[in-house]
Design a protein around this ligand. Structure first.
Ligand code: ADP
Length: 261
């Protein structure tokens, strides 16, 4: 009797162990496939501008007596492609740094109104070009413990997107609020919106809703990944509410105080 019991106990433990092993194998496979996908995306994203540069430079080299205007035009195009590659590499480096969790955030007290006003001031020329009105009203003084550089970049990405994905004459509205524990920053636009079935994917690296549509805006597909990582490192959360052809609202929550040891 007792032997049977011990036997069945061992059997159960083996089954549990086998299940745990299977689960771990699944997880490793997932990590590996995400990594492969990432490397393949990086290569593809860099290859596209590189091919353009190759075609542009070759067509000048192969032609005799190239007119000066053509030189200028092609060099201009090559220059934009180089800028594009630089932007991708820059974003990648930022992401890699964020991934290295051992690098501590540089937390300090920051006036968030000042931060938002700084972001708006910097992006205003971009908004003006498209005749987009940015609305922001300071409600109350809010300070929080944040990494100034990282959070500024994270929120600036949201405002930059709001301007990029909103047609001429639209509006971007920013709000800052707080309760006893959290601050809330929202960025809402009257832009093109994101289809329901794609909303969940916008934080993925290199994910773009419509590849051709976005190529024109010069995005790298990495901005929201950077924002997401930064908000997570502040122990916060980020949510997207969007309706196609109506607009998008992104809501960020971060704790007012961080446990800085
Ligand atoms: P990108 O550099 O292409 O803007 P992001 O990571 O910042 O990359 O955003 C990912 C994708 O999410 C964008 O390519 C775009 O399709 C979509 N997106 C982000 N913000 C908005 C927005 N405010 N309105 C509509 N679509 C958006």
């Amino acid at each position: 009797e007792q032997r049977v019991q011990v036997h069945s106990q061992i059997h159960n433990e083996m089954v549990d162990l086998a299940l745990a092993c299977n689960q771990m194998a699944d997880q490793l496979e997932k990590v590996e496939s995400t990594r492969q996908q990432f490397v393949s995306n990086v290569s593809h994203e860099l290859k596209t501008p590189l091919s353009s540069i190759k075609v542009l430079s070759e067509s000048i080299l192969l032609q005799e007596d190239v007119p000066k205007e053509m030189y200028v035009e092609f060099l201009h195009d090559i220059n934009s492609e180089v800028d594009r590659m630089a932007a991708i590499i820059n974003d990648l480096l930022t992401l890699v740094k964020l991934d290295q969790k051992e690098v501590p955030l540089n937390f300090k007290e920051l006036d968030l109104n000042e931060m938002l006003e700084g972001i708006i001031k910097r992006l205003l020329p971009l908004a003006k070009e498209k005749n987009i009105h940015i609305r922001y009203e300071k409600v109350k003084d809010i300070t929080a413990t944040v990494d100034e550089m990282k959070l500024t970049l994270a929120v600036a990405n949201l405002v930059d997107n709001a301007i990029k994905y909103t047609p001429e004459g639209g509006e971007v509205e920013m709000k800052l609020d707080a309760d006893h524990q959290n601050v809330f920053i929202s960025v809402a636009d009257t832009g093109i919106g994101i289809p329901d079935d794609e909303v969940a994917r916008v934080f993925e690296r290199f994910y773009r809703v419509d590849k051709t549509r976005d190529r024109e805006t010069g995005g790298t597909g990495l901005g929201l990944s950077i924002t997401h990582s930064t908000i997570m490192m502040h122990n916060g959360s980020i949510k997207v509410y969007s309706k196609e052809d109506e607009g998008t609202t992104i809501l960020v929550r971060i704790p007012i105080r961080q446990n800085v040891s």
